[in-house]
Write a protein that binds this ligand. Structure first.
Ligand SMILES: Cc1cc2nc3c(=O)[nH]c(=O)nc-3n(C[C@H](O)[C@H](O)[C@H](O)COP(=O)(O)OP(=O)(O)OC[C@H]3O[C@@H](n4cnc5c(N)ncnc54)[C@H](O)[C@@H]3O)c2cc1C
Length: 459
């Protein structure tokens, strides 16, 4: 039982704030992105430094509280929070410092992608991160991290130079190729299993500030032909050229005719990082895939494109996502995509395919915890809706689609897109790297205190 006195003592040992049930900011502070998760932690500790993290871990251990870690709370499985536990909340640690000469950034774990991209772009720099700007850099990085720059520059973890980590015994360690190399290997894909990261150091590249990007939209009845042409075409394009396919009901976008709004469409989302003249020519070829119902493509600041999908991915909706890796996009997989995109249970549900072939495929699969270096396409099914009454229908739709496409999937899985009950998929996700991860877990967290994650068990 926690007493007022012990909580007060915790407060005194920290610079950050301790929030408990009944406090005016408790309900706001326990909200996370996926509205399906409604947990009530015993305490929320808004840390401001590695020392605060150390004190919070010590307190949780002494008082036998489960520990959870919140970067920006975007994890679909909701692992950043649990009932009755102590949540280490990084929302007060968001500093991003860029060294423009060395092209590196030091980023605190509470930063969102918007905050990171915004600061790096002041100097015309960036590193690969995700495509929704409210996502947290911490969870994204620790699970892998991919986005529009991945074909050219790899995953986020391929550009992680070092991290500062507080381990479960309260020690502050640096993890890099030179220091605690086993820990550095494990955190690049192994999630929050090994310690609490208090700072990331990333390599940056010149990007933008303008890129060429936008949407090319086709009617759903042309889906099979568009998908086939996309598959054959995208493999011939350079890594600066990114096209992802989204199948969903058309939102009321001003560049689409009104009669299309609310009906199923095939969207090619395009991002050309450099060489715009060549990009324009390639886009022109894609216009010929069918008869587009609308397009909105042009040069724009990279940071704007990084926020372009935010309106479709606002917090507060109910979400259930599933994902597969593919080395090839087979006709059968396309047939399933079209079948399930033809019976979307809510206007917010969507199926997307990201094409990631490029830099990441040249990294050996045992170079770090994340192993899926043969991956070319990532398929994601976004089950998303507002009304709890639709839970069963939407979850079943996502599961059925996932099962129907399983036979086309390649090895591995992206832990950042796993839902809560997929824990048995963890060993499969890490494949040949799993045994080493178990050994490293035994060394850094032998009692599995950090288990609210896609858990690598120490035994
Ligand atoms: C709308 C949306 C869009 C997305 N788009 C992409 C995308 O384009 N590309 C992509 O790769 N992924 C994407 N994702 C997945 C995303 O990478 C994961 O949801 C990720 O977990 C989010 O990180 P977070 O810090 O916000 O999560 P949180 O929920 O805060 O944290 C998730 C987990 O990460 C661990 N963790 C967080 N902070 C720390 C820390 N400081 N130290 C140790 N462990 C920590 C903990 O185990 C925690 O449970 C998207 C997710 C959403 C919801």
């Amino acid at each position: 039982m926690l007493t007022e006195k012990t909580i007060e003592q915790l407060g005194k040992s920290l610079n950050g704030e301790v929030i408990k049930p009944g406090d005016s900011n408790y309900d706001e502070s326990r909200k996370i992105w996926n509205a399906m998760i409604d947990c009530k932690p015993a305490l929320i500790v808004q840390v401001t430094s590695a020392d605060d993290v150390s004190s919070a871990i010590k307190f949780a251990r002494t008082n036998k509280l489960d520990i959870t870690i919140r970067g920006a709370g975007h994890n679909i499985a909701g692992n950043s929070i649990c009932d009755g536990g102590l949540m280490i909340d990084f929302s007060a640690m968001k500093k991003v410092r860029v060294d423009k000469e060395k092209k590196i950034a030091l980023v605190e774990p509470g930063a969102t992608l918007k905050e990171f991209d915004g600061e790096a772009q002041k100097y015309g720099l960036a590193t690969p991160v995700g495509i929704n700007s409210t996502t947290g850099i911490a969870g994204l990085t620790l699970g892998g991290g991919f986005g529009w720059l991945t074909r050219k520059h790899g995953f986020t973890i391929d550009n992680l130079l070092s991290a500062e980590v507080v381990t479960v015994d309260g020690k502050k360690l640096k993890a890099s190729e030179k220091e605690n190399a086993d820990l550095f290997w494990a955190i690049r894909g192994g999630g929050g299993n090994f310690g609490v990261v208090t700072q990331f150091e990333f390599k940056l590249y010149p990007v933008g500030p303008e890129i060429l990007a936008g949407l090319l939209v086709f009617p759903f009845k042309q889906a099979k032909s568009i998908l086939k042409q996309y598959r054959d075409f995208i493999q011939t394009t350079p890594p600066e050229f990114n096209v992802w396919v989204v199948m969903r009901k058309a939102p009321p976008l001003p560049f689409l005719p009104e009669e299309v709004h609310g009906s199923e469409v095939v969207v090619l989302a395009i991002c050309v990082v450099t060489d715009f003249d060549k990009g324009e020519k390639l886009i022109e070829k894609m216009r010929g895939f069918g008869e587009p119902v609308g397009e909105h493509i042009g040069r724009m600041p990279y940071v704007n494109w990084q926020q372009a999908f935010d309106p479709l991915l606002t917090p507060g909706a109910r979400n259930y996502w599933k994902s597969h890796n593919f080395v090839e996009l087979k006709d059968g997989a396309m047939d399933s995509m079209i079948e399930y995109a033809g019976k979307l249970p809510s206007p917010q549900c969507e199926i997307f395919i990201g094409y990631l072939e490029g830099k990441s495929n040249s990294v050996p699969s045992n170079a770090m915890a994340y192993p899926s270096r043969d991956l070319k396409y990532i398929l994601n099914v976004h089950g998303r809706w507002d009304d709890a009454k639709q839970d069963k229908e939407c979850i079943n739709w996502a599961r059925d689609f996932f099962n129907a496409t399983s036979k086309f999937a390649s090895a591995g899985a992206y832990v950042n897109f796993m839902t809560e009950e997929e824990n048995e998929r963890v060993a499969k996700a890490y494949g040949p790297n799993y045994d080493r991860l178990v050994q490293i877990k035994k060394k850094y967290d032998p009692n599995n205190l950090l288990r609210h994650n896609q858990n690598i068990k120490p035994a």
